[in-house]
Design a binder for this molecule. Sequence first.
Ligand code: ADP
Ligand code: MG
Length: 284
Amino acid sequence: NDESPPYPADLERTYRISKRVLGVGSFAVVKECFHKQTGQPFALKIILKKAIAGKEHMLSSELDILKQVRHPNVVSMHGLYESKEAVYIVTDLAGGGELFTQLLAKGNYTEKDASAMVKQILEGVEYLHSLDIVHRDLKPENLLFQTPDEHANLMITDFGLSKILKNHDDILTTACGTPGYVAPEVLLQTGHGKPVDLWSLGVITFTLLSGYTPFWGEDQAALFESIMSGKYEYDEEYWSDISDAAKDLIDKMLTFNPSKRITASEALKHPWITNEQNAVARDE
Ligand code: ADP
Ligand code: MG
C-alpha cells in the first residue's frame, strides 16, 4: 500500500526516507526519515490529499498549530513539503511507540511511574494551553514515547482535531473527540474549551492506574450515557492499594462542571504530581 513516492524533490534533497513505516493513522502514514547532513532521525507524516478531501480545514489547522509548538513533551514540526498528491510533514521522531501499546502490554502502572507520566503530559498540555491550543483528542494512542526505553519521555501528538482559540474564553462547539476519553460537555454540546483536555487526562490517569476506563457502555449510546452521568467508581478489587492523593487528582480532573475542573497548571502543583514519595506512600 505504498502510495507515497515520488517524493517532492526538495524533501529528498534534505532527507533520506526510510521504507520503515512507524504508524498508520486515520489520515496519515508515518515513516522514518534521516536528515542527510546530520544523520539525525525524524518522522515523516504523509497525508494523501485524497484521503482528506473535504476536510482540508482540519489539515490546515493541524499545520498552523504544529509550526508554532516547541516543547519537550509535544511532537514538533521541522519541515513541510507538498506534492500534487500529498502533504509531507517532518516532525520529531518518537521511536518508542504509543503509550496505548505499552499500556496494553503492561496492564497498568505503579503510582510512581503513572505520576511521572501524567506529569509529562500535564507539562505538554500546560504549554499548549498557554498558546490557547486545545488538543481535544488526548488518549493513549496520541501519546508517544521518544525512545524505546522503559522510562522514555512522553510526547503529545496528533493535533488533527485541535483548534487555536482566538480568545481565552472562546468555546469550541464542534462535536468531535474520541468516545471513552471525551468530556461530558462535548457530548452535551455545552462547551469545548481547555477543560476538555483535563477531563481526558483524568480518564487517562484512571486507566494507567487500574488498566480499565472509568466510563463504559455496551455500545456508543450506553458509553455516552455513562460519561454524561459523570459517575464512576473506584472498584475495591483494583483500587484498594492506590493512594488517596491519586484518587483526589482524578476526582479533580473528572469534575463534571468544566469551570470547576482543575487546570493543567493547578494539576502540576497537586501533591500526587509534585511529591510522589509522600503522596504515593500507602497510609499504614
Ligand atoms: P492521524 O492524525 O492520521 O491519526 P497520527 O499522527 O496519529 O495520524 O499518526 C499515526 C500513527 O503513526 C501514530 O499513532 C503513531 O503510531 C505513529 N506516529 C505518529 N507520529 C509519530 C512520530 N513523530 N514518531 C513515531 N511514530 C509516529
Ligand atoms: Mg492518530
